[in-house]
Design a binder for this molecule. Structure first.
Ligand code: GLU
Length: 298
């Protein structure tokens, strides 16, 4: 029986999948599958200089070996230029977006608040960004795991960039466009993105898009308190058919996989995990330890 739930995993291909990104993939997968939902994979390759040309294939191969099978075709944001352009045009027409030639130096660390005048010489050159006009007031949403999250875009973020001066689309514009276009109903991702959510919801509102349900899972931190990331060389995941890495990941996600499920293979571990998934076991948890020896377990 299928349901209307559509979830997704949307990695930026800046490096191979590591344990931290496996957690986001696994949590979003289990949340979708436990509700008979679809699970999509989208490669967010918007910024080639920051990407590794092999990473997208590596990520997909690892997901495949771990038997995290997605529905439909993988979407690549690099092929979505036209769609993003249309969305920007809609924002322009509704006066939600404005061109901005302000340099970093001019902003001098200040937030950008309110429309600015684009200097005449920049009109021709195209050398300017597009920003979204955030308006005033505090906004909040109820996160499925972290409870109420509040933010004043005006005071905390300012008018944010939706198309960069040097060309690329911003993550915020692209993610909102694709989540809507792919009819995503549930977003389960790392808590490091919780402060993007209000920006995304403002865009969704301005564009009359439905607002998905958001849940942010804790980040994995190493014993020195650093977030597990590609930058501090989180170990790339190796293909592992034994189910042990998934079993570790489940434990980390505060599920209670039975000990005898270890070594029983990815398929068996996932089958158990879908049936027993308790998203609420992560409620209110912002950080979880991920000491390297935990990762080196295999
Ligand atoms: N592409 C983003 C990242 O890898 C995640 C996007 C999302 O889940 O909204 O950090």
């Amino acid at each position: 029986m299928s349901s209307s739930y559509i979830g997704r995993f949307a990695p930026s291909p800046t490096g191979p999948l590591h344990f931290g990104s496996l957690l986001a993939a696994l949590a979003s997968y289990l949340d979708a599958r436990s509700q008979n939902g679809q699970w999509l994979v989208r490669i967010e390759n918007l910024d080639p200089p920051r990407e590794d040309p092999n990473a997208a294939d590596q990520i997909l191969n690892i997901l495949d070996t771990y038997q995290l099978h997605w529905d439909g075709e993988v979407r690549y944001q690099s092929q979505r230029n036209q769609a993003y352009l249309e969305i920007l045009n809609r924002l322009k027409r509704s006066n939600h977006a404005f061109p901005c030639g302000c340099s970093r130096k001019q902003l001098a660390g200040q937030l950008h608040n309110g429309m600015c005048q684009l200097p005449e010489h920049l009109h021709q050159s195209g050398d300017y960004a597009w920003r979204f006009c955030v308006g005033r007031g505090q906004r909040s949403f109820i996160d499925g795991l972290q409870g109420e999250y509040r933010e004043s875009l005006e005071n905390d973020i300012g008018d944010f960039v939706v198309k960069r001066r040097d060309g690329p689309w911003s993550y915020q514009l692209a993610v909102v466009t694709d989540d809507a276009d792919q009819n995503v109903t549930h977003v389960v991702r790392g808590i490091d993105l919780i402060d993007s959510t209000i920006r995304q919801q403002c865009l969704q509102q301005a564009l009359d898009f439905p607002i998905p349900h958001y849940s942010h899972i804790p980040v994995a931190v190493e014993s020195n308190g650093q977030k597990l990331s590609k930058q501090n060389l989180a170990t790339a995941l190796q293909p592992d058919e034994s189910g042990n890495t998934l079993w570790d990941a489940l434990l980390w996600l505060r599920q209670s996989p039975p000990a005898d499920l270890r070594n029983s293979g990815n398929e068996a571990v996932l089958k158990w995990a879908i049936t027993h998934w308790q998203r609420q076991a992560l409620a209110g948890i912002k950080e979880n330890p991920a000491p390297l020896d935990f990762l080196r377990h295999n």
